[in-house]
Write a protein that binds this ligand. Structure first.
Ligand code: GSH
Length: 175
């Protein structure tokens, strides 16, 4: 069986999330480039891997998976290496809650409504939607205050050890 394959591009925070999980577990893998924002659009063959045209998708032998949360948990459970999910039920629930908050509220607000409007569009000479940014800044404040409130007293977000919550979307690329 060949190496597990992750499909996506390094500009994607979700792809970065899955790559960080693979790296923490020490899983030798291949990154198969897929640019969903290319001028030609999502490659037709890729829709067999991810019918919604989003990145990443993952393949381990004949097992295919998409949705970053499912990919991350599968990698943690199927491969050797440090456990990235707490065994304590409350800590695990907190970890899952933080992952859901980042996915449901923080991603669109921080990436699309603030970063893309304020940085990407300005760089491309396009007009920023100031009303969208203003609304997003309020929501971003709620996201950050909520995460600060939920964070454990330990060195990491939910326990004394690094978990999947700490490997969620970040802003800097992996080099
Ligand atoms: N729910 C998906 C979200 C993935 C996602 O939105 N990825 C972005 C890149 S960071 C994407 O593919 N965007 C393409 C688009 O919005 O058309 C997951 O967890 O994998």
């Amino acid at each position: 069986m060949g190496k597990p394959r992750l499909f996506g591009a390094d500009y994607s925070v979700y792809v970065r999330n899955a790559r960080l999980v693979l790296m923490e577990k020490g899983v030798d893998h291949e990154l198969v480039p897929v640019d969903v924002f290319s001028k030609e659009g999502v490659p037709a063959w890729y829709l067999d891997h991810q019918p919604f045209g989003r990145i990443p998708a993952f393949e381990d032998g004949d097992f295919r998976l998409f949705e970053t949360a499912a990919i991350s948990r599968y990698i943690d459970e199927a491969f050797p290496g440090p456990a990235l999910q707490p065994s304590d039920a409350r800590q695990r629930a907190r970890m899952n809650q933080i992952i859901c908050i980042l996915d449901a509220y923080a991603y669109r607000t921080l990436v699309w409504d603030i970063y893309v409007e304020r940085v990407s569009k300005e760089r491309e000479g396009k007009a920023t939607d100031e009303a969208k940014v203003a609304a997003a800044l309020l929501k971003a404040a709620t996201c950050l205050a909520t995460l600060s409130h939920l964070k454990s007293n330990g060195a990491w977000l939910c326990s004394e050890r690094l978990t999947l919550a700490d490997l969620q979307p970040r802003s800097s690329p992996i080099s």
